[in-house]
Design a protein. Structure first.
Lengths: 107, 114
């Protein structure tokens, strides 16, 4: 199975901060990586797919980059609505695997 | 608008069975692979099964292989998960997921407890 390692596990930041979350795959997954945002009591919501493609309707302050085994999610200017948990997910091969999540908290 | 509505969850004793359903609308159901992903209380996301558009290819996580069966009915725009021999560790919110993860249902809660 492909292991997805996300860092950090928790991130404390202020509104307006630039935030970067990293996801590392245990083997190459090409660009078959998605980023999801999850708020308490809600289903995950797709933000980024194919490593760097922005899902329709997602604010442009979200961006993704990387390929192979190293990926990043960047929020250029953190907004109040962005405090949530973020998961990376590889869909290159079964079983799909997810990172353990990064909780973005208010500093 | 894509809608995925799960149902069938509930409280069940260990060793018993449960069948989850997912009613899909707002897209051409038989154009997409579908999946089940679960989330134990306070924990992360775990993919458990996927099925191609034509049911020609099916996969399971090792944690559920031999106990769970995924199926779909394209005429009814529905996805199913038959869960047998349930264990306490199967307690989770079960999500129906479209494609590679572009849309998720709101989930149905399965609690396995004596």
């Amino acid at each position: 199975d492909i292991q997805m390692t996300q860092s950090p596990s928790t991130l404390s930041a202020s509104v307006g901060d630039r935030v970067t979350i990293t996801c590392r795959a245990s083997q190459s997954i090409s660009s078959r990586l998605a980023w999801h945002q999850q708020k308490p009591g809600k289903a995950p919501k797709l933000l980024i797919y194919k490593a760097s493609s922005l899902e329709s309707g997602v604010p442009s302050r979200f961006s993704g980059s990387g390929s192979g085994t190293e990926f990043t999610l960047t929020i250029s200017s953190l907004q109040p609505d962005d405090f949530a948990t973020y998961y990376c997910q590889q869909y290159n091969s079964y079983p799909w695997t997810f990172g353990q999540g990064t909780k973005v908290e208010i500093k | 608008e894509v809608q995925l509505v799960e149902s069938g969850g509930g409280l069940v004793q260990p060793g018993r069975s449960l069948r989850l359903s997912c009613a899909a609308s707002g897209f051409t159901f038989d154009d997409y692979a579908m999946h089940w992903v679960r989330q134990a209380p306070g924990k992360g996301l775990e993919w458990i099964s996927g099925i191609t558009w034509d049911s020609g290819s099916i996969d399971y996580a090792d944690s559920v292989k031999g106990r769970f069966t995924i199926s779909r009915d394209n005429a009814e725009n529905s996805l199913y998960l038959q869960m047998n021999s349930l264990r306490v560790e199967d307690t989770a919110l079960y999500y129906c997921v479209k494609g590679f993860g572009e849309d998720w249902g709101q989930g149905t809660l399965v609690t396995v407890s004596s």
